[in-house]
Write a protein of this length. Structure first.
Length: 229
């Protein structure tokens, strides 16, 4: 019986991956080659024909090597984004949403209303804004602890504010058309007030809390992790 592990290791050559991950790939490929070889023998083929059939499954080993390295690096990149962006970002979104919801119960402090403009008002939940620096610090610390670069930390912190801005921006074309048809006016000022109250102010509060964790950290700021030897 051929040593399929040695054959697979020799055919692939160095993959530029961690030793453990490379060995897992070698074992998987060796098992696949062995299955092809065994299937060919069961079909009545000779030893040489069975070997040829197994090797035909990957005739271009250089191309196979490139595909494996690409797939592994994509997997590493995806895991990196999940750990440094999506999980911390989900945490900041959840925490900000919970606090805001708690402040909307009847017994919660009444929000302040500023700059009334016809039917549009700037509603400010002061206690919510005061909680956002803490939430921003949590998200930025989580991202930095997971190895996130400046961009991932900043985005993880900004997701709650970005989410609140996206909905008004998506609604703006419809509101614009409605106001033009009914009132023959442009609702720029109400939209600006809305974006300022639910976008600019929350974003500023989140970033203030995240500032200590957005600075370069020598122990983690090495760029996005990639597969290495």
């Amino acid at each position: 019986m051929p040593d399929w592990r040695a054959i697979a290791r020799k055919k692939l050559g160095p993959l530029g991956l961690e030793a453990k991950r490379q060995e897992e790939i070698v074992l998987e490929l060796a098992g696949h080659l062995e299955d092809l070889y065994s299937d060919a023998l069961r079909q009545g083929r000779s030893h040489a024909e069975a070997l040829h059939s197994a090797f035909d499954a990957a005739s271009d080993w250089n191309e196979l090597r490139r595909e494996i390295e690409l797939a592994v690096n994509e997997e590493v990149a995806m895991n990196y984004r999940v750990k440094t962006l999506w999980l911390p970002g989900a945490c900041t979104i959840a925490l900000s949403g919970i606090v805001l919801r708690l402040l909307q119960i009847p017994s919660a402090p009444v929000p302040r209303v500023l700059w009334p403009w016809h039917s549009t008002e700037l509603v400010i939940y002061c206690w919510w804004l005061l909680s956002l620096p803490v939430i921003g610090a949590i998200g930025a610390y989580w991202s930095r602890h997971a190895g996130g670069r400046f961009l991932e930390r900043a985005l993880a912190v900004s997701l709650p504010a970005l989410g609140m801005v996206c909905l008004p921006l998506l609604m703006f074309p419809f509101v614009l058309v409605y106001d033009l048809i009914r009132f023959h006016s442009f609702p720029f000022v109400p939209m600006a007030i809305l974006l300022f109250g639910w976008g600019v102010l929350p974003e500023a509060a989140l970033l203030v809390g995240s500032l200590p964790f957005l600075r370069r950290d020598a122990s983690t700021e090495h760029g996005q992790p990639v597969a290495s030897h």
